[in-house]
Design a protein around this ligand. Sequence first.
Ligand SMILES: [Zn+2]
Ligand SMILES: [Zn+2]
Length: 260
Amino acid sequence: MKVTILGARGSMPVEGPEYTEFGGGTTCVLVETESQAIFVDAGTGIIKAPAIANKDISILLTHPHLDHLLGLPFFEVLRSKGKQINFYACVRDGKTAKEQIDGLFDVPYWPCKIENYPANITYHDLKLPTMIGDVKVEGIEAIHPGGSVVYKLSHEGKSIVMATDYEFDEEMSGDLVDFAKDTDLLLMDAQYTEEEYKERMGFGHSTLKQAMKVFKECNGKSVRFVHHDPFHNDEFLRNLEQPIKSTQIMFAREGEEIVL
Ligand SMILES: [Zn+2]
Ligand SMILES: [Zn+2]
């Protein structure tokens, strides 16, 4: 599997010279096998998606918060006539996968309904576990306001676990540790510093210390911390990362490719 970090920013996109190293695009991770191209979330990172040829294209949504969908109206494939996109999301608050998207592409918030885009979209109300082509998809419910899914994608003995938008809980996070056991790559929410967390408890995101604890306990092979706070610039994130000194344990950088 090849994993490309297309966007690792949380909450809202940012740009400017102070955001060039870790990037400003919101959540989007591309997972590829020989036959599949699966975009986990469609934040603004998806706008920079590479051209995909001869693979099935899917979007797998963790949850419909805006920062995870904001790039969808500008996704190149959606604007390509005759292209097929499979869209997967769990039913949330009684809303089907299609209804979650329709809400975003509706007047007065957006002028063009999604069915008027040239691509052909098939909607799937996700029931886990399932297969997307040759990729096994499993999930557990995240600790996050309104809910979100932590996905595990597995292929040929390798796995990636994506725990973006996840608030660590001393008593309840054992299920995440079990779910991510021995994973090859954990993508883990580490939005806040310990100091910030005191003011933002219950917002649905973890600290670096909490993310490290999950990574160590699950015995994963590597971790990338994701959902960077929009106010944490390159220098700030480098300073947090500096004491760790491991190429296996890093903050996610937009554009990074990881081959598992
Ligand atoms: Zn988010
Ligand atoms: Zn969220």
